[in-house]
Write a protein that binds this ligand. Sequence first.
Ligand code: ZN
Length: 100
Amino acid sequence: MLRHGFRIGRILAISIDLDYSWFPILGSLAWLLATNYYPAQFQDWGLAECWVMRIVTAFMLFVCVLIHELGHSMVARRFGLSVPRITLFIPSRPRRVRTG
Ligand SMILES: [Zn+2]
């Protein structure tokens, strides 16, 4: 059980976990698209179309990031590293990277 999120499934024997920090970002992106970008760019779209497309766009962002991270995982495995899980999250502050 994750402390700050939940498991959404397994792909290629890698647990895919989602941190709760994803939701404010996806919600903000979807809201901005539905209320600003799509109405400005597609003026013949109705309100319902804009809101459907915001959900589709937010979901596709999620899928693209997941595929990107799976790519990292496949390279790591190729070089002999174990990848038990991928946790998708939005960092709340800069992270220190330990080197050596
Ligand atoms: Zn990357």
